[in-house]
Design a protein around this ligand. Structure first.
Ligand code: AMP
Ligand code: MG
Length: 410
């Protein structure tokens, strides 16, 4: 079975349309940072819930202090004290004052708070040197949020301020989704764990760290399995062990045309995983499908670190965002002025590592490093990918190009 290379867009479309957001549940607020909310949240309490003092001072009737001035202060007996969270149900009789702390409920009958600064801070009797307007220094019930208000709209991606508001209106949980659980497996008999000695023919496993971090940054809960040797049995065992805790699996390596391309060898027979070529550079060999009884989506990425990363950005990120219910699935490109020329092959989409920035001429982007997809040093200094589309044989310096800004949230 031979099939010409798939276009990037075709494969992305296949991936995204085969997936649906994970089921939503009431989730604890501590679990949902960065996740979209799956309900319209309506406040069931008002904020503030009761009229309360905005200052430390004395609750009074404004009329009783209307004539107060430094020359002719008003003296009032202090008949009680109310502090935040320790408030007896007090009512204020005309001609008296009650000491009150910030956040404490204003007693019935009081209609202004005189701050300490305008008084002698008296304990049994207070000397007040300024008049207070009606309502002065009182925060009214419902002033910030009214019971029944829509406080967070369905689909909002929850940030710290939303979570603070949800907690403030008394929500312990909110309907959202669990983070997708992602299993990351590196394949390659040449791979060693960082921190262990290298042999004459071995290299460190960078990819499982790279892919695990990228998935985590996208919002997933990640299980980094690490290295599996190029042996079909070891790989099959490792994969089936992991499937129980996976909503999505990412493998790296073992998908090209070599003799020991273990991922392909192990999965091709299942008939549920497509392996083939994508018209993209880097990242030509790809595998995508489902595995196990639960039909867990699996992405079989090429082993070269740059290819693996570009493949993650192009194919896995949209999948994760779909599972999370986030839109758009793919990163929207920006436009920027290219500072150096790029040559490209017609018929393939080229993804060029680059640095994006802005100057007085607007947004610009500069390619970094060489073409080789093993050049991980260049990858770390890039913050963007220039997308040179399939029809193009190259782009000149000064041309406007499409850029994916890799560190940007969207
Ligand atoms: P493969 O796709 O397995 O043929 O691997 C392509 C190239 O990427 C080979 O040079 C591998 O040694 C290298 N490679 C594979 N996996 C990793 C990894 N986890 N970390 C770094 N390099 C890798
Ligand atoms: Mg390999």
């Amino acid at each position: 079975m031979t099939e010409g290379p798939l276009s990037v867009d075709t494969l992305v479309e296949r991936i995204v349309s085969s997936l649906a957001p994970l089921r939503d549940f009431p989730m604890p607020l501590t679990e949902v940072l960065g996740m979209p909310v799956a309900e319209d949240v309506v406040a069931e309490v008002s904020l503030p819930p009761f009229d309360n003092s905005a200052m430390d001072g004395y609750a009074v009737r404004a009329a009783d202090v209307a004539s107060a001035s430094p020359e002719a202060p008003v003296h009032l007996p202090v008949v009680g004290e109310i502090s935040a969270g320790r408030a007896a149900h007090l009512a204020l009789s005309p001609g008296t004052a009650v000491k009150i702390m910030t956040g404490a409920p204003v007693p019935a009958g009081a209609d202004a708070v005189v701050p300490y600064e305008w008084t002698d801070r008296g304990v049994a009797r207070v000397r007040i040197e300024r008049a207070a307007d009606l309502g002065a220094n009182i925060r009214r019930a419902g002033e910030a949020v009214r019971s029944g208000d829509l406080v967070v709209e369905h689909g909002t991606v929850l940030g710290p301020r939303h979570l603070g508001l949800l907690a403030s209106v008394g929500r312990a949980t909110v309907r959202s989704r669990p983070r997708p659980r992602v299993v990351v497996i590196s394949t390659g008999s040449e791979l060693r764990d960082p921190g262990t000695p290298l042999g004459h023919d071995s290299i460190y496993d960078g990819n499982s760290y790279l892919l695990a971090a990228a998935a985590r940054q996208a919002g997933a809960t990640v299980y980094r399995v690490g290295i599996v040797p190029d042996d079909v049995r070891s790989f099959t065992e490792a994969l089936s062990d992991q499937l129980v805790r996976a909503d999505l699996v990412i493998t790296s390596g073992g998908v090209s045309e070599g003799d020991y391309d273990v991922v392909k060898e192990a999965l091709r027979g299942l008939g549920t995983v497509w392996f083939g070529q994508v018209a993209m550079q880097p990242g030509k060999p790809q595998g995508f499908g489902v595995v196990g009884e639960d039909e867990v989506p699996i992405f079989c990425l090429p082993g070269n670190p740059v290819s693996a990363y570009v493949s993650f950005e192009t194919f896995v990120l949209p999948a994760l965002r779909t599972l999370m219910g986030r839109t758009p699935a793919s990163r929207p490109p920006r436009r920027a002025r290219l500072t150096d020329p790029i040559t490209s092959t017609v018929g393939r989409r080229q993804m060029v590592r680059a640095r994006y920035g802005t100057d007085r001429g607007g947004a610009f982007v500069t390619p970094v490093g060489g073409h080789g997809s093993h050049m991980i040093g260049d990858l770390a200094s890039a913050n963007a990918l220039v997308v040179v589309d399939e029809e193009s044989s190259g782009v000149s310096a000064g041309d406007m190009v499409q850029v994916l800004c890799l560190d940007e949230d969207f």
